[in-house]
Every structure is written in structure tokens, then in C-alpha cells.
Ligand binder design. Structure first.
Ligand SMILES: Nc1ncnc2c1ncn2[C@@H]1O[C@H](COP(=O)(O)OP(=O)(O)OP(=O)(O)O)[C@@H](O)[C@H]1O
Ligand SMILES: [Mg+2]
Length: 401
């Protein structure tokens, strides 16, 4: 079985994410660092930024531009496009730093097709559209070649009518050849695709993390945290040292935890926990919401992703643990993106790591805290002993406009 999450020493990093016409985002660009914290009120568009990353990761993984990796043949374009304007083009572009050089992967989504382009140093290395039966790529010896895309797939595209109704259209699309690229593609294409496949986006839900998984399932954790038990089993059986290392981290975070157990019964596996103060291990239903979420976050931050995005890590977690959680993100091998609503979490974050997300009318705006006009006011407040969380709570960050 392929080892999805084995750590790779990567000299590639995600520098920038630009999004156009996607959900509430008319246009936004964010320059990413090691730790990135998106803060903003409800419905400001934080999760929509992560959804854009997930769409792109799904596309390079399953070959079709779907928001939900488990339903690759359904594209709710009418809901995804900004203001339901189906004549617009959704665009998600990532800029990567590749051994000191700049490269980009761009995915565009229109109502009847997708288009994707890979560039390095301004030069096009690869181009494909779901409507055309061939893609063009640069081969290892520098020649531009064409590859046939095989048989097209039937995809249901969900559109919206101006009156609000839903219209389903059956489309025939060629899947991206990047899921299995031609063997002679330019090495940079491989590197970029491998990087983007190892982008993880998670919104852990305690009930999903508690679910049992089939032992024959792939050890891939779902967005909701479902299948974590299968991943833990994989780690326990095949990379015991990594398992023990993260188990130690969980023990440090939650003192009652003595052992994390991927418990097998028949052909199912579930997460059990041995608690310090109890004789028998806890089954999933007995583990607290905070503990199960911290466990999921600790393991996912160390699962070998290049970029890992976690929705509201503070949920169900005591404020005293947030410092350790931020520290864990800093030490993780991945670049980390957190969305948050918590001033307590912000207290342990540096101003350089913060992005303010807000709405102007129906449009999401994202700006880096230190680049805003109020950066000086915030700096002064911090110098006088205030915390970043207090500054946000007291609305020192101002508006996104
Ligand atoms: N197609 C669309 N066009 C424009 N805006 C949209 C579209 N679809 C959703 N939205 C907006 O996006 C909002 C949801 O944004 P998102 O889920 O990113 O918020 P959030 O900042 O994560 O909020 P929370 O803190 O509550 O999780 C919706 O409330 C809606 O206003
Ligand atoms: Mg959200």
C-alpha cells in the first residue's frame, strides 16, 4: 500500500494563494509563512479560503475539480461561484517556491470545463482543459509534447437559475492527467503535483473522529476526521517510532492520556485511550470531545503534509492548552493554517502570523495584520503589555477595507 503521509524532506513551500470568484471571495491573495492564522467573525470567509485549497488539492488528487473528494463526479459550480454568477470564472492559484525559483499551479473553473496550468519562471510547463482530449506538457528533455486523456467522464454540474432554482447538467469532462502524469514530464511538474497532493484540510468533528474504520480502507484521514483510527493503525504498524513520538506529544497536552490505542476488533479499528486513572481503556464514546480533537490535531500536524489547514483548533479545548497547541503548530514539519475566532489563541501568535478576514458587502477581504494601517497601534498596545487577543477583541485591528 502506498504510504500517503510518509514525511518527505521538502525544499518546496507554498508562498502565495490567490483566489478569484470563489464563494464569498471576489478576489483575495495571501502570502503564507510557516504558521498562518486567519481570524474574523462568523461568515467572513475564513473557511472559504480553506475550501479553495481543498478544491485544488482534490483536483490534483482525483483529476476533477470537486469540493468534496468523496463525490468526484459532482461539481456544484452554481453554488461555488461568487454571487452565483455562473458566467464568471473561479480561479485558484498557488505560487510555490521551488529550490529558490518561483513556480505556480493555477486551476480555473467555468460552468462547462476546467483549465489548469503549471508555470515555472514564467514559462508554461503544462496546460490542460477538461474539454480537450489532449494536454500539453514539457518533457524532461525540454520538448513540448502532447498526451491523450483517454475516455471522458460523465460529471453532474449543478447550476443555479437567477430565480434561485437548481439545474443539473450532465457534462462530459476529461480527467486531469496529473493524477498519473506521463513518465517523461519535466521533473518540476512531478515536484509541484506531489507538493499539492500533500495539502491537508481538516475541520475535525469529535463524532467523526470517534467513528470506527474498516482495516482495509486506505489510511487517509477525511476532512471531518473520519478514518483517523485507520491512519493511527497504519502509523502504529508501519512507523512505530512516529506513532510513539506523537503519542508523547498527546500525553504532554492531555495529562490523563497514558496510551493511544488503535483497537482492532474483527475488521474494524477504532481509537481507544488508556487513561492514567482508570483500569480499563476508554472506548471512543468515553473519550472527551476536547481530548479526541487534540489527539486528531496532534497526529495530523505530524502526518507529513506539506501544508495542513485546521478549522478552529480552539473548539472544545481549554484556553490553557492553546499555547501548547500553537507551539505544536510551530514545531510541525508542515506549513500550518489555522482559522480561528478565539482571542485566547491569538494571544500566543505573533502579529506577523495573523490575517484579518472580513466582509465588505458580500465580498470577503483578507489582509495581513502587519500590513494594515493599524499595525502601529497594535504594536504600541503590545509594548504596553496588552495581548494580541485583547487587541482583536477591542477592535484595534480596524476594518478590512
Ligand atoms: N456563492 C457565494 N457567493 C457569495 N457568497 C457566498 C457564496 N456562498 C457562500 N457565501 C458566503 O460565505 C459565507 C460563509 O463563509 P465561511 O464559511 O468562510 O465563513 P467563516 O468565516 O468560516 O465563518 P464561521 O466563523 O462561522 O465558520 C456565507 O455566510 C455566505 O455569506
Ligand atoms: Mg468557518
Amino acid at each position: 500500500m502506498r504510504d500517503f503521509y510518509s514525511t518527505s524532506e521538502s525544499s518546496v513551500r507554498l508562498k502565495k494563494l490567490c483566489i478569484k470568484n470563489f464563494l464569498s471571495i471576489k478576489e483575495a491573495c495571501i502570502e503564507l509563512g510557516k504558521l498562518n492564522v486567519l481570524i474574523g467573525p462568523n461568515a467572513s470567509g475564513k473557511s472559504n479560503v480553506l475550501k479553495a485549497l481543498r478544491l485544488l488539492r482534490n483536483h490534483v488528487t482525483v483529476g476533477l475539480p470537486t469540493p468534496d473528494e468523496d463525490s468526484p463526479n459532482e461539481i456544484p459550480f452554481g453554488d461555488l461561484v461568487h454571487s452565483f454568477n455562473i458566467y464568471e470564472t473561479i480561479e485558484v492559484k498557488t505560487t510555490l517556491e521551488l529550490k529558490g525559483e518561483e513556480a505556480s499551479y493555477e486551476l480555473r473553473l467555468l460552468k462547462d470545463r476546467y483549465e489548469e496550468v503549471i508555470k515555472k519562471g514564467g514559462e508554461v510547463l503544462y496546460e490542460c482543459s477538461g474539454k480537450v482530449s489532449t494536454a500539453r506538457y514539457r518533457s524532461r528533455d525540454g520538448v513540448i509534447k502532447e498526451v491523450g486523456l483517454g475516455i471522458s467522464k460523465d460529471v453532474t454540474v449543478v447550476l443555479r437559475s437567477p430565480e434561485g432554482g437548481v439545474k443539473k447538467v450532465l457534462l462530459s469532462l476529461y480527467a486531469s492527467p496529473l493524477t498519473i502524469p506521463p513518465i517523461d514530464v519535466d521533473e518540476s511538474i512531478h515536484v509541484i503535483i506531489e507538493f499539492l497532493r500533500r495539502v491537508g484540510v481538516f475541520g475535525f468533528n469529535p463524532a467523526s473522529v470517534r467513528l470506527s474504520s474498516n482495516v482495509s480502507a486506505e489510511p487517509v484521514v477525511k476532512y471531518s476526521g473520519a478514518n483517523l483510527a485507520r491512519y493511527l493503525l497504519h502509523l502504529y504498524l508501519e512507523r512505530r517510532r512516529d506513532f510513539t513520538r506523537v503519542e508523547d506529544v498527546v500525553r504532554g497536552l492531555v495529562p490523563e492520556v497514558e496510551e493511544v490505542i488503535p483497537h482492532i476488533e474483527g475488521n474494524v479499528v477504532e481509537v481507544w485511550l488508556k487513561s492514567r486513572d482508570l483500569t480499563l481503556p476508554l472506548r471512543p464514546g468515553g473519550i472527551s470531545d476536547g481530548t479526541i480533537r487534540l489527539l486528531a490535531i496532534a497526529f495530523i500536524l505530524n502526518a507529513g503534509f506539506n501544508v495542513v489547514a485546521v478549522e478552529e483548533p480552539e473548539n472544545h479545548v481549554h484556553p490553557n492548552l492553546l499555547e501548547a497547541l500553537v507551539d505544536l503548530a510551530r514545531k510541525a514539519p508542515s506549513q500550518v493554517i489555522f482559522t480561528t475566532q478565539s482571542p485566547h489563541l491569538l494571544d500566543y501568535v505573533n502579529p506577523e502570523e495573523v490575517f484579518i478576514v472580513g466582509k465588505v458587502g458580500s465580498e470577503t477581504k483578507v489582509k495581513k495584520l502587519i500590513e494594515g494601517s493599524e499595525a502601529e497601534v497594535v504594536r504600541k498596545f503590545l509594548k504596553e503589555g496588552g495581548t494580541l487577543g485583547e487587541a482583536w477583541y477591542s477592535r484595534f485591528f480596524g476594518d478590512v477595507e
